[in-house]
Design a protein around this ligand. Structure first.
Ligand SMILES: Cc1ncc(COP(=O)(O)O)c(C=O)c1O
Length: 376
């Protein structure tokens, strides 16, 4: 039996056509054509003023922090449960990362946990739309505004999500997206920074191009900055995917519905939440097992793997990682962030690639049911 991968894209002739076109013609005078088309289409999709194509979401978060002037001595609040890419750029700019706790239902940063860690040095917060689940961004933004704190919405995993009628990524001062190969919308690798703020967009345009503003003389750099440009080939792939975004998100929701129907009868498993007022594009179908079942994520992953099924562990609290070991802010988070630490051992991402069929979902669920019944 073929192994079931945990994630992967849905590529059609449209993507192949656009990438071929880019390989053939996106040079000379057409050098930036696909990047501009991708950025323009992204603005229209998200209803934002500016979209800037970058090589990764990590680069987008880095440039957002730079454009906001975050530096040594400043604090940036990040949820304890996320991929390290949400937090690593805080170190790149020399600021201090503060890990805050998450909600037991959405697994995203809570307004209360955010408010509890604000100090006079807090300059930004990076709420994460985890697996497509949405944090309460209206309340988080209100708290941030009251304290003059910038909001960088990390929507890396959330293309297609909505919160109170607005599209994920458009709810903060800045939003960031990832087009890594595992994502719902892929460019192979790639990222997008979106914002309605002209000042941030102008600054990012300079920072991503070695300190040159558009129209500046060639080889005339105003400052030392970064090489963070997306290639035409990536932009062509991303554009073709964006033109199919509705179809991609509909398929993701269909995959989740198959899982939900299969697992509905099972006690002791909780899947991704979709609270009233949100649309969840279910980037990763995620199951949290009741702790009293004694089935931790490593055990479940090993058993699934024996049945030819790949999975991923729910994120570890960032404050528990060797990368942050010994830092006072990680130690403080370790004793404060009870929900993050209570959830993390019991969660697993199930195969959610766009290649999933109802039959494959069934196969995963048969294996899961056997694990729960102790007959695996
Ligand atoms: C929540 C989150 N933030 C940021 C990133 C970074 O994205 P990239 O790999 O494009 O840098 C990812 C990527 O997986 C992510 O899941």
């Amino acid at each position: 039996m073929e192994r079931i991968p945990v994630a992967g894209p849905w590529i059609t002739d449209r993507e192949i056509l656009y990438v071929s076109e880019a390989a053939r013609s996106a040079w000379y005078h057409g050098a930036n054509e696909f990047q501009s088309r991708f950025e323009q289409a992204f603005c229209e999709h998200l209803h934002v003023r500016h979209a800037l194509a970058l090589p990764s979401c990590t680069a987008a978060i880095h440039l957002a922090l730079c454009a906001l002037g975050i530096r040594a001595g400043d604090e940036v609040v990040v949820p304890d449960i996320t991929w390290i890419a949400s937090a690593a750029p805080v170190d790149y700019v020399g600021a201090t990362v503060v890990f805050a706790d998450v909600d037991p239902e959405t697994w995203c940063l809570t307004p209360e946990a955010f408010e509890a860690v604000i100090t006079s040095r807090t300059r930004a917060v990076i709420p994460v739309d985890l697996y497509g689940n949405m944090p309460r961004l209206d309340v988080i933004s209100e708290i941030a505004r009251a304290h003059s704190i910038a909001v960088i919405e990390d929507a890396a995993e959330a293309i297609g999500a909505e919160y109170l009628g607005r599209r994920a990524g458009s709810l903060g001062d800045v939003g960031t997206f990832s087009f890594h190969g595992s994502k719902t919308l892929t460019a192979g690798e790639g990222g997008m920074l979106v914002t309605d703020r002209d000042d941030i967009a102008a600054r990012v345009r300079v920072l991503r191009d070695h300190g040159r503003a558009p129209g500046d003389p060639m080889f005339w750099n105003r400052e030392v900055a970064f090489k963070y440009r997306m290639s035409s080939l990536q932009a062509a792939l991303g554009l073709a995917q964006l033109e199919r975004v509705k179809e991609l998100v509909t398929r993701k929701r269909q995959i989740f519905d198959w899982y939900r129907a299969e697992l509905a009868e099972l006690a002791g498993i909780t899947l991704n939440a979709e609270p009233v007022g949100t649309v969840n594009p279910y980037w990763m179908v995620t199951a949290i097992f009741d702790s009293n079942l004694g089935l931790d994520k490593q055990t479940v992953a090993t058993m699934l793997s024996r049945d030819g099924i790949d999975s991923r562990p729910f994120f570890y609290p960032l404050s528990s990682l060797p990368a942050y070991q010994g830092r006072p802010e990680a130690l403080a988070a370790g004793s404060r962030n009870r929900v993050s630490y209570a959830l993390s051992p019991w969660g697993i991402n199930l195969p959610s690639g766009l290649n999933m069929t109802q039959e494959l979902v069934k196969r995963v669920c048969i294996s899961l049911k056997a694990i729960l019944a102790g007959t695996s």
